[in-house]
Design a binder for this molecule. Structure first.
Ligand code: MN3
Length: 208
């Protein structure tokens, strides 16, 4: 079984003007595709591992043979993290048209209020972590095994699932995610990104 690049649930232009379509196209069809290809290449000589989902591989990296462990961590992590990222977002117009909300509602909304205070406080804390990632990496809202919400960052393509945490929402802060439009202005990218967060999907992940 080969790992495959998922088709985006929206067009490359869907997240305009907050994330431009050229960035989306290169990010998905080149960067993410490369992680998928390199993961498959790493697993080529390991038939037994080809049956495992990328999530299961990442959850137990110690069981992955040492000669491909770094490749699975980096490329498997890249594949998995980007899959979470794409589906954490949706068109800002669609969100408005469907009567959805750009703020978390229901159980996830309550949990965020309980853990972080107001939604604006949560956004501020999350953005500070995202902007503060040194070099390439990710900021995440995750749920631990007791159901508690935490904001964390991971370097490179390390994934929260490798730490036993369930990723609910993640933002890619590698330069390839924003450089064409925002250049060095990562904080502006993070600020604009809130407009495309798909809170319905985040809410679904929270109650699983
Ligand atoms: Mn990326």
């Amino acid at each position: 079984m080969k790992h495959e690049l998922l088709k985006l649930p929206y067009d490359y232009s869907a997240l305009e003007p907050y994330i431009d379509s050229r960035t989306m196209e290169i990010h998905h069809s080149k960067h993410h595709q490369a992680y998928v290809d390199k993961l498959n290449a790493a697993l080529e000589a390991h038939l037994d591992l080809q049956e495992k989902s990328v999530e299961d591989l990442l959850k137990d990296l110690n069981s992955v043979p040492e000669d491909i462990r770094t490749a699975v961590r980096n490329h498997g992590g890249g594949h998995y993290n980007h899959s979470i990222f794409w589906t954490s977002m949706d068109s800002p117009t669609k969100v408005a048209v469907t009567g959805g909300s750009r703020e978390p509602a229901g159980a996830i909304g309550d949990a965020i209020d309980k853990e972080f205070g107001r939604f604006s406080d949560f956004k501020e804390k999350f953005a500070a972590v995202a902007v503060g990632v040194f070099g390439s990496g990710w900021a995440w809202l995750v749920k631990d095994n007791l159901g508690k919400l935490i904001i964390i960052s991971t370097p490179n393509q390390d994934s929260p699932v490798s730490q036993g945490l369930a990723p609910l929402l993640g933002i890619d802060v590698w330069e390839h995610a924003y450089y064409l439009k925002y250049q060095n202005r990562r904080a502006e990218y993070v600020e604009n990104w809130w407009n495309v967060v798909n809170w319905e999907e985040v809410g679904r992940r929270f109650v699983v």
